[in-house]
Design a protein around this ligand. Structure first.
Ligand code: NAP
Length: 326
């Protein structure tokens, strides 16, 4: 556990840094084939190779990313490179939209479709994408337990769950002999409320590993965007005025420069210091290599405290049913 990585539910070992793949195949938010013509399946393959070679072997996708295209791309990468494929841990997600009232049937057919696109017999982690089902925790836990019993998922997790929802799901899974492995949440220097609001403490208490999504504030914390050069596309997470972001990036630079670290590497290392696994997206080999440079070193306690003071505590809570998916 910690900087050497984590054992999810005591079953699957994953490194302290993962890789997010929402951008792979997605046109609407991340611009593949639209505003970002530099993002191609070749640059994605570079990101895939660079990540694995640097030890970031844990990949997060979802049935909804690019309407399944992210999973299809990963399936092609796995098939083309069996040597790297053998090193990889795969996580994907089920979107429990409210009209899926037969949640067990819906989850099993979504899972089979994901496995088909990925070209694998099982995934290492299967997550409920958000707390938006009209069915209770018991029905969702039962559906996950069936998937686990059938050997299609090695561990199970949730995403965007509040303190109360995390406890409830952990309890429902426990009744079925399963552990809740993860809760994937938005956590970054632009969104510290999971720490200040007690969610990270609850996860620690329950043995649930927090996975930090949008850990670079959707690119804003890398230092390449600014008030004068805002990010392109519709990036709804951490969508603060760039003047506010610029002040956080200035602090990342102040701390990172003497250490020879980029703003993004410092931002990711701060998340690792909080006991969570950041899963930054990477569009090419350069970004993947830069992000992997968050591994293998630790910020000092003084630097963590300075970053805590600079971080934004966005108040939007989990558990509301209007969370935007990503
Ligand atoms: N469970 C959920 O509800 C949920 C929600 C959101 C995300 N996620 C997961 O979390 C993952 C990560 O979140 P995210 O993709 O929203 O945001 P992010 O990781 O904070 O930002 C990723 C974007 O930042 C830019 N970037 C990344 N590394 C960089 C580097 N080293 N240098 C410069 N730019 C860099 C790239 O976009 P540009 O080059 O275009 O700037 C990249 O697509 C997703 O891929 C997905 O797997 C889950």
């Amino acid at each position: 556990m910690g900087t050497d990585g984590f054992d999810l539910a005591g079953t699957v070992h994953v490194p302290a840094l993962g890789v997010g793949t929402w951008a792979w195949g997605d046109a609407k938010t991340w611009g593949m084939g639209t505003y970002d013509r530099s993002l191609t399946e070749d640059t994605i393959a570079e990101a895939w190779r660079a990540s694995i070679d640097a030890g970031a072997t844990f990949f997060d996708t979802a049935e909804v990313y690019g309407d399944g295209e992210s999973e299809r791309i990963i399936g092609r990468l796995l098939a083309a490179d069996p040597e790297r494929a053998a090193k990889v841990q795969l996580a994907t997600k089920f979107m429990p939209t409210p009209w899926k009232l037969n949640v067990r049937g819906a989850l099993m057919s979504a899972l089979r479709a994901s496995l088909d696109r990925l070209g694998v017999e099982r995934v290492d982690l299967y997550q409920i994408h958000g707390p938006i089902s009209l069915r209770g925790h018991a029905a969702l836990a039962e559906a996950l337990a069936v998937a686990h019993q059938q050997g299609l998922v090695r561990t199970v997790g949730v995403s965007n769950y509040s303190v109360r929802e995390t406890r409830a799901m952990a309890e429902q899974l426990r009744k079925r002999g399963l552990r809740l492995a993860t809760n994937q949440i938005e956590l970054s220097l632009l969104r510290r409320i999971p720490e200040t609001g007690g969610l990270l403490d609850t996860c620690r208490e329950l043995g649930v590993v927090p996975l930090a999504y949008s850990p670079l504030g959707q690119g804003r914390l890398t230092g390449k965007y600014s008030a004068a050069n805002p990010p392109p596309g519709k990036r709804g997470f951490s969508n603060h005025p760039m003047e506010v972001v610029d002040a956080v990036v200035a602090e990342l630079r102040r701390i990172g420069e003497p250490l020879g670290k980029t703003p993004g590497q410092v931002a990711l290392n701060w998340i690792i210091a909080k006991g969570a696994i950041p899963i930054p997206g990477a569009k090419d080999g350069r970004q993947a290599t830069d992000n992997a440079g968050a591994l293998g070193w630790e910020l000092s306690a003084d630097d963590v405290a300075a970053l805590d003071a600079a971080a934004l505590i966005e108040k939007r809570s989990f558990g509301n049913r209007f969370w935007q998916h990503g």
